[in-house]
Design a protein around this ligand. Structure first.
Ligand code: PHE
Length: 458
């Protein structure tokens, strides 16, 4: 096989994988899911899903990738289970679908950065006309896909790892800075209270599966992104601790993003947390006016800074989303990397067109489907978000845990983990991972998948 490249250091891998995890999911989606799901109560369920269900699946994905040094589809065959390669194929398709709409939102973020630099604070109240201006958001989307493509085409250590090493520390410093700043604004405490004091009366089934979907989405699990990144890791690395760092970085940044966001929202609403804007518009509609009230000059700086930060976060995620189908085309179809990258990016951009036009421009895609029992139709982008993130990622996690526990088997998983972690055998971590992969993940992920599909579509 042609040289596939690899990460040059353990830190490089952890930063790249954390870069994949930390993205729009943490800064754009997490706060509005928290808002819709009753504040802190949602956060608690989300954290449980991350540590009990998602963390063990992450270890399994990295182990499969590292053992086989292949893309998700090829990995299952390389282990000798060709029948299971459908799980990898499903994951790759899911990744392509997510990237197709994720890039649209990333384009909005980048577009907002440009608007903020020019001091266009009124953009928040014009969100609707911004996202339906297809020529404009289409160009921003194209530019964003171009940045992603440039990084991925430079390969693993020279592109993905290098970008993560620059972007991740910058991102963390930016979020921490903004979180501290926002805590000194008037009404900040009301926002913090909403975020940190749980209201359990808001919890229902749909909140639970959004929390689960969010955990898988935010940790980039269930579609083979970490099988792919794992395939570029050397055998000496300790998968268990690397996965712990990645999970902690992701959860930590989501929590920090909440600390930054809710004071801003409270400030904007004069402390009223009952009627906060929720949904995709939360940060795009609310924040520009917050930045405006900070003052004309400082507002431009803070506002541009925020949307640049959001674009950076999105970029390390789009890079990982693109790498999954690219690694497949390179490994399985022997296409040269650069060619594969540009080709796949173009296809994904085209698949993203319904998401691009489904925010007001096209009547059909903006009112794509009406769920059972819902009074309003759902747009195409939200719909495929539900299908891919909330349904297929947990399904992928379910299949991966079944595969590892009952097909590939514990002995092989352990052997792979032990290659970089000698004292794993017999440790409490071993028992915990084994129990979770064998029982908790299959039961909870399987039943939630079925109930989600039944609840939404039947
Ligand atoms: N984890 C990313 C985010 O939170 C999204 C993502 C999902 C990236 C799946 C890769 C794979 O924004």
């Amino acid at each position: 096989m042609a040289a596939r490249g690899g990460f040059s250091s353990r830190l490089g891998f952890i930063l790249a994988a954390a870069g994949s995890a930390v993205g729009l999911g943490n800064i754009w989606k997490f706060p509005f899911e928290v808002g819709a799901g009753g504040g802190a109560a949602f956060v608690l369920i989300y954290l449980s899903c991350c540590f009990i269900l998602a963390y063990p699946v992450m270890i399994a994905e990295i182990a499969i990738g590292r053992k086989t040094q292949r893309n998700p589809a090829g990995a299952f065959s390389a282990l000798g289970f060709k029948n299971w390669s459908f799980v990898g194929v499903l994951g790759i398709l899911c990744g392509v679908t997510i990237l197709s709409y994720y890039n649209v939102v990333a384009g909005w973020a980048f577009g907002y950065f440009i608007e903020m630099v020019q001091g266009h604070f009124e953009i928040g109240s014009k969100f609707g006309s911004f996202v339906s201006n297809v020529a404009k958001v289409g160009s921003y989307g194209l530019i964003f896909m171009f940045f992603t493509t440039l990084i991925v085409s430079r390969g693993i250590s020279g592109g993905i790892e290098k970008a993560a090493k620059i972007l991740m520390p910058t991102l963390i410093a930016m979020i921490a800075g903004l979180a501290i700043y926002s805590m000194f604004l008037p009404h900040a405490m009301e926002g913090i209270k909403f975020y940190l004091i749980p209201d359990f009366s808001k919890i229902n089934f749909s909140v639970i599966y959004s929390a689960l979907g969010q955990a898988f989405f935010s940790l980039s699990l269930g579609m083979g992104a970490l099988i792919t990144y794992g395939s570029y890791v050397g055998r000496k690395e300790n998968i268990v601790t690397s996965a712990a760092y990645i999970t902690l970085a992701d959860v930590g940044i989501a929590c920090l993003a909440g600390l930054m966001m809710f004071p801003l929202v409270a400030f904007n609403n004069g402390g009223d947390m009952e009627n906060i804007q929720s949904g995709a518009g939360l940060i795009f509609q609310t924040l520009p006016s917050v930045f405006e009230s900070i003052g004309p000059n400082l507002g431009v700086i803070v506002g541009s800074f925020f949307f640049l930060l959001l674009s950076f976060a999105a970029l390390t995620s789009t890079v990982s989303l693109l790498e999954v189908p690219v690694s497949y085309v390179v490994d399985e179809h022997k296409v040269e990397r650069k060619k594969a990258v540009w080709l796949v990016a173009l296809i994904v951009f085209i698949i993203g067109i319904p998401s691009l036009v489904g925010n007001g421009y096209s009547e059909f895609f903006s009112n794509f489907i009406t769920y059972v029992g819902a009074d309003k139709p759902t747009d195409f982008m939200t719909f495929i978000g539900h299908v891919a993130n909330d349904s297929f990622l947990p399904l992928g996690g379910f299949l991966i845990s079944i595969f590892v526990a009952y097909v590939w088997k514990k002995k092989n998983l352990n052997e792979e983990i032990e290659a970089g972690f000698e004292s794993f055998k017999g440790s409490i971590v071993e028992k915990y991972i084994d129990f979770s992969i064998r029982y908790i993940c299959p039961i909870i992920l399987g039943s939630l998948f079925i109930l989600t599909v039944l609840g939404r579509f039947f």
